[in-house]
Design a protein around this ligand. Sequence first.
Ligand SMILES: Nc1ncnc2c1ncn2[C@@H]1O[C@H](COP(=O)(O)OP(=O)(O)OP(=O)(O)O)[C@@H](O)[C@H]1O
Ligand SMILES: [Mg+2]
Length: 424
Amino acid sequence: MNQPPDASPEPTAWSADARWALAMADAAVVLLDPDATARHENAAARRLVRRLANAVDVPDDPSVSAWPAGEAARELLALVPDGAWDSACVDGRWRGQVSAGNPPLLLEIKLFCDLAASPARRLAVFGDVTARVEREDELQRAQKKLAGTREQLLQAEKMASIGQLAAGVAHEINNPIGYVHSNLGTLQEYTGALFGLIDAYAEAMADGDPASHREALAAAREQLDIDFITGDLPPLLKESREGIERVTRIVRDLKDFSHVERDAPMRPADLQQGLESTLNIVWNDLKYKARIEKHFAPMPPVECHRSEINQVLMNLLINAGQAIDERGTIVLATGAGDGEAWISISDSGCGMPQEVIDRIFDPFFTTKPVGRGTGLGLAICYGIIAKHHGRIEVSSTLGVGSTFRVVLPVAQPGGATATDPPGG
Ligand SMILES: Nc1ncnc2c1ncn2[C@@H]1O[C@H](COP(=O)(O)OP(=O)(O)OP(=O)(O)O)[C@@H](O)[C@H]1O
Ligand SMILES: [Mg+2]
């Protein structure tokens, strides 16, 4: 604001204060007649013309202030393409390209009209926005790149947590596979014994006097342990069947996790079932540490990206498990009301002091040893829940435990629902 005062003649109707203010103004101001011919411009307008012409800043060049009044304004007006005035009159503003080049020169005009005055007054404020627009473009590009990186990070975190869980899941699958395998071995033995008995009966039947084999058959039955087999076989089959069902369930739950649905519309999903399958996936990490209590109240299907919500629940469950040192309790609760549905995960773990609570959603904030935590879990949860227009509420008492409550709107604002059947 230390420019020399404008030396051109001022409109006589102006007060000295107004003239001084205009001369001092940083913005390039042009006063126009109602027919859009320039009547007066300030010093900044003249400097802008020089700068546009020579592409150099010459704020103190005396020749600028020596220009005849209105000349710089005419130069500026000449830069404005046909139609720009009309659009500036309608919108109060116009922004556009006034010269080719790299980058092309971009001018912005803000138009202020007082049509009630006599004669009507118009004031045009010019600005060279080339650099600003370039910065905005750059910002937009950076934002786009950031969004891409966030997406990659999200995917990478998901993959990393799946990798981390793979060992646990493998164990979970191995266990039923192990006993189903052993049961099949036993079943093979039992089948051998049963076939042996069938053979003995067939032999007796082929004989002219089958009744004479009664004792031998009873001895064979005893020797083959048929009574024991009859009792043991049904539970053996039941247990094997349950084992296979458990493996099928784990594989299905895993599939839920690897599902990429970020570009698909959100769909109504059963969050309680999501919580159950997530619990299945992390069960191996929790079962030796925590007793699970469930307090489930009915909840309506919630419009969401199911696998992303599962990822949030997984992070919260793993955190709850990691917060418990030896043995503790994890309480899972669900509920709904006022157009919202919620899931809360409470642990009887170490709890957090206020200074930790304040930072838990910061990316890379962790209190866990190197190699145990990256500090991304909750940051990612936060992003996912914010995207779903929900919130995560946290309460914690040091040494007593923590509760994380995920609250989601049942229906997304603006209606994100797909027309496909739910859960597909
Ligand atoms: N249930 C909890 N009880 C106590 N502290 C918790 C709990 N959940 C999170 N925290 C605290 O918040 C921090 C950040 O959690 P976050 O899940 O973001 O990262 P992390 O668990 O440390 O690492 P990562 O999840 O990336 O493996 C944790 O290091 C821990 O200090
Ligand atoms: Mg974590």
